[in-house]
Write a protein that binds this ligand. Structure first.
Ligand SMILES: C[S@@+](CC[C@H](N)C(=O)[O-])C[C@H]1O[C@@H](n2cnc3c(N)ncnc32)[C@H](O)[C@@H]1O
Length: 209
């Protein structure tokens, strides 16, 4: 397996958080660093997340992406995060624990967002259930689709959607739906190489209402 290299900024960010016991605990629980590293690569390449932005993070636990995004949007920005699983409170992150497919959870999220469209929707959703590869693929693709449905409600014109998608049944349809709805849909070889074999991060920009 090829040795992974970290950028200087990535190393600094990791070093800064290595002393944080909570992050060490999260690392044991869910390989938080791997997840952050993927988003950091996307950010380095596309630089979409900026100071003052309002960002929604779906499938946020144990919190790596939310913590990283909160550091990028700063005090003037806002991060709304949601996960079925609980996660440790993170400064400047408004976390809702629950299944975003549940109406009550979704409404809580929408209320917090408060009718003002957001700049970016992130989805790192992965189904928590087990089952056959086909069932897991279907469930994961469904989650990506639902995250896109949420974009239709909360994403502002020209907004960005960064979503973990799953190659296999349903992928081509999902990809072409995004291509219709956004000006540009990117994937990255680098990002893809790091991700698990059938995962691919789609970076869709220029949301067309
Ligand atoms: C790969 S993890 C996310 C890691 C996260 N990006 C980070 O940096 O720490 C995927 C998450 O999706 C969550 N998830 C799956 N289905 C969900 C749903 N219907 N509603 C909310 N969260 C969900 C899981 O609980 C899991 O924590």
């Amino acid at each position: 397996m090829a040795k992974k290299t970290y950028s200087v900024s990535s190393k600094l960010w990791i070093k800064e958080h290595f002393d944080d016991l909570s992050v060490q605990k999260q690392q044991n629980q869910g390989d938080c660093f791997e997840d952050v590293f993927k988003l950091e690569q996307i950010q380095q390449k596309f630089n979409f997340i900026k100071l003052g932005m309002r960002v929604v993070d779906l499938g946020a636990a144990p919190g790596g992406w939310s913590q990283y995004v909160a550091s990028l949007v700063g005090d003037s920005g806002k991060v709304f995060s949601c996960d079925i699983l609980d996660m440790k409170p993170i400064e400047k992150v408004d976390f809702i624990q629950g299944d975003f497919r549940d109406e009550a959870v979704l409404n809580t999220l929408l209320n917090k967002i408060g009718g003002k469209p957001v700049d970016i929707v992130l989805s790192d959703l992965t189904t928590n259930g087990n089952g056959s590869a086909t069932a897991v693929q279907a469930s994961n693709t469904y989650l990506s689709e639902l995250a896109f449905d949420l974009c239709r409600q909360i994403l502002k014109p020209n907004g960005v959607f960064i979503v973990k998608a799953y190659k296999g049944e349903g992928f081509d349809e999902f990809y072409s739906e995004l291509k219709d709805a956004f000006s540009v849909v990117n994937t990255s070889e680098l990002i893809y190489a790091l991700a698990k074999s059938n995962e691919v991060y789609l970076v869709a920009a220029g949301y067309k209402l």
